[in-house]
Write a protein that binds this ligand. Structure first.
Ligand code: CU
Length: 545
C-alpha cells in the first residue's frame, strides 16, 4: 500500500444520488436485463438504489430507479471528493527490516479534521491517534516483536484493544486494563498468526471513543502473503488498499465551517449515522487502472452492517476474512460485514473501459429493530465510486489455492474439542435505559469471571441469538473457525479465520478454537460488537488459567 493522492475527477461522470436524510424510497432496481456479457458500467439511476436483484450481465443503460430518495436534500455531485489513502506508519526503531518494531501512538482529542463530502467540506473536531487527519495503518510481518507506546492525551481513560490478535490478556487492551489520563502504556507482543487485516480501537468508553474517531488498521504479512505478492498471485503495493467504512452524523451547517459529530445514544439500534465515511470522506472517487485491485474492507462502524456490492451486480473475489486469506478465493456479488468484521476482496477492473464508473454500494437487506435513524440499518446507499482512468496490463493472476503450508488448512474438528460452551444473546426489559442486553442471562460485570478456560485446550463455543436484533459476536484471544451455522457446514466467508461473527435473530453458530498455552493467558472479553450493546452489558469475561 503506497499512500498517494487521487486527482479530482473531471468530466461528466454518471451521477449517483446519495440518499438524503430521509428514508430511502423503495425504488425499482436500475439494472438492465440480465445477460451473459461483460459487466459494463451501468450508471445508477436517478433514484436511491432499488431493492431488486441486480442483473448479472450487461446492464445497458440502466433504467432509473423510481424511488423517492427521502425527505432530505439529495446530493447530485458533478464532482466527487478524491479518495484518501490511510497513512501507513513507519517503524520508529530505525530498522524496518529486523524482527522488532516500535510504534508510538498518542491518543489526542479535539483534532480539527477536514471532512470532504460531495456537497462541500467542513471541519469536525475528532479524537485521533497521533493528531492525524486520518486513522493510521501499521504494517508488520508475522514473527515481529511489537513494542507499541501509547500516550493518553484525552481527558478520560482509554485503552488500545488489538482486535483479532493472538496475544496474552495483559496486552489485549481490555476495559479492565485502562490507560489513565495523562499516562502512557507500552504494549509488547509478538505477532504469531497468519497474514490478516486486523485493527485496533479503544475498549473503554468504546462506543464514544470509536465514534469520535479512534481506530487504526493493522496489516499482518507473512511468508505466504509475501510470496503471493512476489509471484503476482494477488494485487499488492499501490493496488492493495485498506478501506475503513464508518457512519457518522454531524450538526447542521451554520456557516462557521465547523460541524460537530452528533452522537445519538440509541441503545436499541446502536449509533447509526446518516453520513457514510470511507477513509474519512463521504462518497469518494478512486481512480483505478484496468487491472485487479485488492481492497481490505474494515467495518469500523459502531452498529451498522453493510452488504457491499458493485452497482452493476458484477461479481468479485472474496480472498480474506477477519483473520487471514481464504484457501480458495470465493466468487460472489456481495459481502455482508457487521460491525467489527473485515473482508479482503479483489475487484477486476480490466473488464472495463477507461471512462467507466462503477459505484460501490451497500445493498438493502432486512434488518430487525426499529428504524430509529435517518439512514436505518439495512437501507441501500452508495459508498464510493471507482473511476476507470488509466489503461494497464494486469500482471496478476489471482491464486486459486493457498500453498499447503498456510495455516488455513489446519481445520479443527469437533473431536478435538474438550469443552463446549453455550452463549445465548438476549434482550430484555427493565434495564437502566429501559432495555437490558444479556449473554447467558447476565449483564457485564467487570469483577466477575463468567467462564474459566484451561490453557492449551480446544473449545467449541455455541453462540445463539434469541433476541429480535442481530448481534455481531466477537471473542478475543484467538482466531476462530466456524464449525457450522444453523447446523449447516460453513460456506463463503465462514470458511476463513473469524474473530467476529454476525448472529441473526434465531440463528446459532458454532465456532471452534485452540488456545495457545504459551500465549493465551489471563482475562479476555467476549461481547457484541454493536458498541452500544457492548456498553449496555452484552459482554462477558473468560479467564484462561
Ligand atoms: Cu448486539
Amino acid at each position: 500500500m503506497i499512500p498517494g493522492t487521487g486527482a479530482p475527477i473531471t468530466g461528466t461522470p454518471p451521477v449517483a444520488l446519495l440518499p438524503g436524510a430521509g428514508t430511502p424510497g423503495a425504488g425499482a432496481p436500475g439494472a438492465g436485463a440480465p445477460g451473459a456479457g461483460t459487466p459494463g458500467a451501468g450508471a445508477p439511476g436517478a433514484g436511491a438504489p432499488g431493492t431488486g436483484t441486480p442483473g448479472t450481465g450487461t446492464p445497458g443503460t440502466g433504467a432509473p430507479g423510481t424511488g423517492t430518495p427521502g425527505t432530505g436534500t439529495p446530493i447530485t455531485p458533478a464532482v466527487l471528493p478524491p479518495f484518501q489513502f490511510l497513512p501507513v506508519l513507519s517503524d520508529s526503531d530505525g530498522n524496518p527490516n529486523d524482527a522488532f518494531a516500535t510504534y508510538n501512538l498518542t491518543v489526542d482529542g479535539n483534532v480539527p479534521v477536514n471532512v470532504a463530502t460531495p456537497s462541500g467540506n467542513w471541519t469536525t473536531p475528532m479524537m485521533r491517534y497521533n493528531n492525524s487527519q486520518l486513522p493510521p495503518v501499521i504494517v508488520a510481518k508475522r514473527g515481529t516483536q511489537m513494542t507499541l507506546n501509547v500516550q493518553n492525551n484525552l481527558l478520560e481513560d482509554t485503552t488500545v484493544h488489538w482486535h483479532g490478535f493472538k496475544i496474552p490478556a495483559v496486552q489485549d487492551g481490555g476495559p479492565d486494563k485502562p490507560i489513565p489520563v495523562a499516562t502512557s502504556k507500552t504494549y509488547n507482543f509478538q505477532l504469531l498468526q497468519s497474514a490478516a487485516s486486523l485493527w485496533f480501537h479503544p475498549h473503554l468508553h468504546t462506543a464514544t471513543q470509536v465514534y469520535n474517531g479512534l481506530a487504526g488498521g493493522f496489516v499482518v504479512t507473512d511468508d505466504v502473503s509475501i510470496n503471493l505478492e512476489t509471484n503476482k498471485q494477488i494485487p499488492s503495493g499501490a493496488f492493495d488498499i485498506p478501506i475503513l467504512v464508518q457512519d457518522r452524523s454531524f450538526t447542521a451547517d451554520t456557516g462557521t465551517g465547523v460541524r460537530d459529530l452528533v452522537y445519538q445514544n440509541n441503545t436499541m439500534t446502536g449509533m447509526l449515522g446518516d453520513v457514510v465515511l470511507v477513509n474519512g470522506v463521504q462518497m469518494p472517487a478512486l481512480e483505478v487502472e484496468t487491472r485487479q485491485y485488492r481492497f481490505r474492507l474494515y467495518n469500523g462502524s459502531n452498529a451498522r452492517t453493510y452488504d457491499f456490492a458493485l452497482s452493476n451486480g458484477a461479481s468479485f473475489k472474496i480472498v480474506g476474512t477477519d483473520g487471514g486469506l481464504l484457501a480458495q478465493p470465493v466468487d460472489d456479488t456481495h459481502v455482508l460485514l457487521s460491525a467489527g468484521e473485515r473482508a479482503e476482496i479483489v475487484i477486476d477492473f480490466s473488464v472495463y473501459a477507461v471512462g467507466d464508473n462503477i459505484t460501490f454500494i451497500s445493498r438493502p437487506f432486512a434488518s430487525a429493530g426499529p428504524a430509529a435513524s435517518a439512514l436505518p440499518n439495512g437501507a441501500a446507499f452508495d459508498v464510493m465510486r471507482f473511476d476507470v482512468a488509466t489503461p494497464a496490463v494486469d500482471d496478476v493472476i489471482l491464486y486459486t489455492d493457498l500453498p499447503p503450508n498456510a495455516d488455513i488448512y489446519d481445520r479443527l474438528t469437533e473431536l478435538q474439542a474438550t469443552t463446549t460452551r453455550d452463549f445465548v444473546m438476549s434482550m430484555g426489559g427493565g434495564g437502566p435505559g429501559g432495555m437490558r442486553f444479556l449473554i447467558n442471562g447476565k449483564s457485564f460485570d467487570i469483577n466477575r469471571v463468567d467462564e474459566l478456560v484451561a490453557a492449551g485446550t480446544t473449545e467449541i463455543w455455541n453462540v445463539s441469538n434469541v433476541s429480535m436484533m442481530e448481534h455481531p459476536f466477537h471473542a478475543h484471544a484467538i482466531q476462530w473457525q466456524v464449525l457450522d451455522r444453523n447446523n449447516l457446514p460453513p460456506v463463503g466467508s465462514d470458511l476463513g479465520w473469524k474473530d467476529t461473527v454476525l448472529v441473526k435473530p434465531g440463528e446459532s453458530i458454532r465456532i471452534i478454537g485452540r488456545f495457545d498455552p504459551l500465549v493465551n493467558i489471563g482475562k479476555y472479553m467476549y461481547h457484541c460488537h454493536i458498541l452500544e450493546h457492548e456498553e449496555s452489558g452484552m459482554m462477558g469475561i473468560f479467564e484462561i488459567l
